[in-house]
Design a protein around this ligand. Structure first.
Ligand code: NAD
Ligand code: MG
Length: 386
């Protein structure tokens, strides 16, 4: 029996790499569903190659195009936000890979969990926004959440075989991004072209900017709290520019386990999709002789404020991380449209956190309202500044 995967965000960086994994293992995986927001051409091409039962194009204006292109295949085509959410409930889906970007991942993930589907989670924003809700729903519906993020996959791999051995702490590695070692004066004038040049990974635009501001590592600290049930003080971050050690776990006897390899997201993707089995791969192998010095340094929290903010909201709990996530999404978009500078991203987050109402025990609708209110506030703040 093939494992039937629904890929949400199939046209993105993670989505296309997941399809490469599936293409290389046709006896193990099948594609049940593909979704995308705007890239109709690639979605059509993927649908013709992988023959899912259903595809969803989020942008309703593109429905006719996708529907016409797939009319001679037995593939159902849908469009719009409600289809993006309900398509995960189909009976013949075994696992949902959440590879769309941003807050938009939250509701489809909730629906998938309620429908009893295991989750391969790339969309870290879902756990950042509503980690408490998602992890309790997963428990209630006996659904597993397998991490796709490379650092969390590394931790998850280090935990294999450890049973109930408690974690003393985890150490998340960070490449440091393109501006490692730079000061605020330098960062004030950096362009989006510079920020989009990640030293080690090729990824979507939003996560690439998040990596440059260290917001990505901040989001990952929060993601790790929920995935592995940790307190803030059990989560360390260390800068490791070579991105070979993907993260580490320290146990109560002081022993540290690390997971290593050349940076390639296909490995964590396939580990999540085929857990607990390892799939044979032809990915290039890491060789110690080629990397005589793997180096480690402290992150600079004064310059890269977003990582410090993430720790603050982790302590604060409630809807605080939801506010940070929404403000960051608006600020990153504005930076990519040349509306604010690089350091302005943190300013938007800090002000949003100060202005938007804090809710200690948010419900789902509180998250929705917090997200909307923060987006409105952050957008207005940017408008005034431009
Ligand atoms: P991407 O921008 O390359 O792709 C995003 C995908 O989501 C596209 O298919 C797009 O059509 C779809 N999408 C965008 N907005 C949407 C919306 N509002 N509703 C539905 N679909 C939408 O992004 P990516 O780099 O592949 O990242 C995807 C997720 O995986 C992010 O949460 C990111 O943080 C996480 N992640 C990515 C990497 C990586 O290497 N790219 C690594 C770790 C984690
Ligand atoms: Mg990561």
């Amino acid at each position: 029996m093939k494992k039937r995967i629904a890929i949400l965000g199939s046209t993105g960086s993670i989505g296309t790499q997941a399809l490469e994994v599936i293409d290389a293992n046709p006896d193990i995986f099948g594609v049940a569903v593909l979704t995308a927001r705007d890239n109709a051409d690639l979605l059509i091409q993927q649908a013709i190659q992988f023959r899912p039962k259903e595809v969803v194009i989020g942008n309703e204006k593109l429905f006719d195009k996708v529907d016409a292109a797939l009319s001679s295949y037995s593939i159902q085509v849908y469009s719009g936000d409600s289809a993006l959410v309900s398509v995960v409930e189909a009976e013949d889906i075994d696992m949902v890979l959440t590879a769309m970007v941003g807050y938009a991942g939250l509701l489809p993930t909730i629906h998938a969990i309620k429908a009893g589907k295991d989750i391969a989670l790339a969309n870290k924003e879902t756990l950042v926004v509503a980690g408490e809700l998602i992890t309790s729903l997963a428990k209630q519906h006996e659904v597993n959440i397998y991490p796709v993020d490379s650092e969390h996959s590394a931790i998850f791999q280090c935990l294999a075989g450890e049973g109930d051995n408690p974690i003393e702490k985890i150490i998340l590695t960070a490449s440091g991004g393109p501006f490692r070692g730079k000061d605020r004066a330098f960062l004030a004038d950096v362009t989006k072209q510079q920020a989009l040049k990640h030293p080690n990974w090729s990824m979507g635009a939003k996560i690439t900017i998040d990596s440059a501001t260290l917001m990505n590592k901040g989001l990952e600290v929060i993601e790790a709290k929920w995935l592995f049930d940790l307190r803030a003080e059990q989560i360390d971050v260390i800068v490791h520019p070579q991105s070979i050690v993907h993260s580490l776990v320290q146990f109560e006897d002081g022993s540290i386990k690390a997971q290593m390899g050349l940076p390639d997201m296909k490995l964590p993707i396939q580990y999540a999709m085929h857990y607990p089995f390892r799939l044979k791969s032809s990915f290039p192998r890491f060789n110690f002789i080629d990397y005589p010095s793997l180096t480690f340094e402290k992150p600079d929290l004064d310059t890269f404020q977003n990582l410090a903010i993430a720790y603050q909201v982790l302590e604060k709990g409630g809807n605080a991380a939801c506010i940070v996530n929404a403000a960051n999404e608006i600020a990153v978009e504005a930076f990519l449209q040349d509306k604010i500078g690089f350091l302005g991203i943190s300013d938007v987050i800090v002000e949003s956190l100060a202005k938007i109402e804090y809710i200690g025990n948010p419900t789902y609708s509180d998250y929705v309202q917090t997200n909307e209110a923060t987006r409105r506030f952050a957008s207005e703040m940017i408008q005034v500044k431009v």
